[in-house]
Write a protein that binds this ligand. Structure first.
Ligand code: PMP
Length: 308
């Protein structure tokens, strides 16, 4: 992790080491925060944030589910991301906006606590490793179910909800693999601890539907578009656990993980990234880096600003 120099907090750019919160911050005690993440890539037209507005809109939506109103519009936050990149001098980076209930009255009722907002940026390589991104990772089915909509709001990227993902990730890594695949409460395939999942079977690309308690991943949407453009419209349907073991190809998508192939699940070899995964991955990588004009509207080019 290569940290930035400044972090934006509630309207101000503060030095990285000074971006602090009070120990009685409501979100620290009760998980009342929401976050999102974007990646910016170096392209021929300059640094570009991939689907920036889509991510910031999802942040607003994540917050609204929990009755939080951000004191900034998506347009204002978008401006902040641009200035943050310029001030930190990044050409490519990871961006982490977070909105959270601040220090104020204690107790669970949240509406009297202010909503604070911050955006940090740093340089972050392949989340599941360069080797994993190229040759695939090993995964296991988690003993932890992905939260259901009877307990939480799976469509929200709420901080407290991520304890569910943390349990799954811990179990996976401590049992010697790279990532966890969680089932939903009906025992159908859901997603990774921080990624959506796709499988390829008999030439068809399949992914769980939004009703399977998944996060509506922005990269999932992108992959669905790319796969359709390659003549393989993605089928959204419930997937049984055994189908993962039988799959011809499997891969994960997410902002941190980008597109990461899976080469083994629960001890079943899937093997090196297959032809359909590789074809989709190539177009996706071109889209991220501004090398495919068909997807140029996904790129938010950061204007070069003079900040001092
Ligand atoms: N599922 C979960 C639980 C996640 O945390 C993420 C990462 N945001 C994803 C899926 C993938 O979403 P996206 O493609 O929007 O990053």
């Amino acid at each position: 992790m290569v940290t930035g120099e400044v972090i934006w907090m509630n309207g101000e750019f503060v030095p990285w080491a000074e971006a602090k919160v009070h120990v009685l911050t409501h979100a620290l005690h009760y998980g009342t925060g929401v976050f999102d993440s974007m990646r910016a890539y170096e392209t021929e037209s300059g640094t570009a944030i991939f689907r920036n507005t889509d991510h910031l809109d999802r942040l607003q939506k994540s917050a609204a589910y929990y009755r939080m109103t951000l004191p900034y519009t998506t347009a204002e936050l978008r401006e902040v991301t641009h200035e943050l990149i310029n001030r930190n001098g990044f050409t490519g980076c990871y961006l982490r906006p977070i909105a959270y209930r601040a220090f104020g009255p204690m107790g669970l009722f949240p509406l009297d606590n202010a909503v604070d907002v911050s955006i940090a940026a740093w340089e972050w390589g392949a989340y599941l490793g360069d080797e994993g991104k190229t040759n695939g990772i090993r995964v296991r089915t988690s003993s932890w179910r992905r939260m259901g909509q009877d307990s939480f709001i799976p469509q929200s990227k709420a901080t407290g909800q991520y304890l569910n993902s943390v349990l799954a990730k811990l179990e996976a890594v401590e049992s010697g693999v790279d990532e966890a695949i969680m089932l939903d409460r009906r025992d159908f395939v859901c997603e990774g601890s921080g990624e959506n999942i796709f499988l390829v079977t008999g030439g068809q690309v399949v992914t769980p539907p939004l009703t399977a308690s998944i996060l509506d991943g922005i990269n999932r949407r992108s992959i669905m578009q790319i796969s359709a453009d390659l003549g393989r419209p993605v089928i959204e349907r419930d997937i049984a656990r055994a189908e993962l073991m039988d799959a011809d190809e499997l891969f994960l998508t997410g902002t941190a993980a980008e597109l990461t192939p899976i080469n083994e699940i629960d001890g079943h070899k899937i093997g090196a990234p297959g032809p359909i995964t590789s074809e989709i991955a190539k177009v996706f990588d071109n889209a991220l880096h501004g090398r495919d004009q068909r997807y140029s509207e996904w790129l938010d080019i950061v204007p070069v600003q003079s900040t001092v």
